[in-house]
Design a protein around this ligand. Structure first.
Ligand SMILES: Nc1ncnc2c1ncn2[C@@H]1O[C@H](COP(=O)(O)OP(=O)(O)OP(=O)(O)O)[C@@H](O)[C@H]1O
Ligand SMILES: [Mg+2]
Length: 273
């Protein structure tokens, strides 16, 4: 299927693959954390990256968003080789990872947190606390983003006072403020209670409209509910790839999970379907 991007009134045909790695490898002093990983992520999909603890998922994210330089291999995003780029450059191209909770300013209000993220996106300076009037122009957009993530009623609350699940929603709102084309989420439901998990699943579904999402997630119920395609990593290498049912039935995948952390399987839907 051809995919088009509209630019200056013209429709430009773009590749169906938005992100592609070849032979991506990361070694830490001789230890191979990510080994020869070749990934192809389809534009508009929700792609899951799963695997036992220590499989290399977060390291992959760090490589893709340029927080770590690869030892070997290449990364292409939206038709460009981004292997040598800096994190801010790839973020400007629309490849954005969700910020960690630690990046939420706990003493600012929920609304102010999103405002700051919006101002950053417009390339504003960091002396935001001195230019309150300038920030007000972002209020409407910030409120719309809070509405998107179900935080309208929390806008005046200090971010530090938000319950955990809502903090993750705020984190996603500040990420959306950067207007990502492709969003990388690392364990968005980690440590959450059931009702929060359901809310985050609905949220990821909603924000994935018109975007590509790469999702690292241990909760297999979340993975099966959200992901079109799943890549399974184990010990740094790609073990299997396909839709949920095919990877969940794959004997190598079952062995990798059972061998290292059987609890992950029991937390999600049964691997044997
Ligand atoms: N900066 C580093 N220096 C040395 N080793 C590292 C570094 N970062 C990660 N590792 C190692 O690389 C391996 C992969 O780690 P990574 O965090 O990518 O795994 P993960 O799949 O995200 O695991 P989890 O599911 O527990 O989050 C682990 O063995 C880890 O100890
Ligand atoms: Mg991790």
């Amino acid at each position: 299927m051809a995919v088009y991007r509209h630019q200056q009134g013209r429709a430009i045909r773009v590749s169906d693959t938005i992100l592609e790695t070849e032979g991506l490898t990361k070694e830490f002093r001789g230890f191979v954390a990510v080994s020869d990983v070749t990934l192809k992520i389809r534009r508009g999909s929700i792609h899951g990256l799963i695997g036992p603890n220590g499989a290399g998922k977060t390291t992959c994210f760090n490589l893709l968003t340029k927080f770590l330089p690869p030892t070997r291999g290449s990364i292409r995003y939206d038709g460009r080789d981004i292997t040598g780029m800096k994190p801010a450059e790839v973020a400007r191209l629309g490849l954005v990872r969700s910020f960690q909770i630690s990046a939420v300013f706990p003493h600012l209000s929920v609304l102010e947190n999103v405002r700051v993220a919006l101002q950053r996106q417009r390339g504003g300076s960091f002396d935001f606390w001195r230019s309150d009037s300038l920030l007000r122009q972002y209020d409407d957009r910030a409120m719309a983003l809070l509405d998107d993530v179900g935080l309208t009623g929390y806008s005046a609350l200090t971010a530090g006072e938000l319950p955990y699940g809502r903090k993750r929603a705020l984190e996603i709102a500040t990420t959306l403020a950067l207007d990502p084309t492709m969003l990388l989420l690392d364990e968005p439901t980690a440590g959450m209670a059931h009702e929060d998990v359901d809310r985050i699943v609905a949220l990821v579904k909603r924000v994935s409209a018109g975007r590509t999402v790469l999702l690292v997630e241990h909760n297999l119920k979340v993975v099966s509910g959200l992901c079109d395609t799943i890549t399974v990593l184990a010990r740094g290498s790609v073990l299997a790839e396909g839709d949920y049912n095919s990877v969940a039935r794959n004997p190598d995948v079952i062995a990798a999970y059972l061998g290292t952390e059987a609890h992950t399987v029991s937390e999600g839907v049964p691997v044997h379907g």
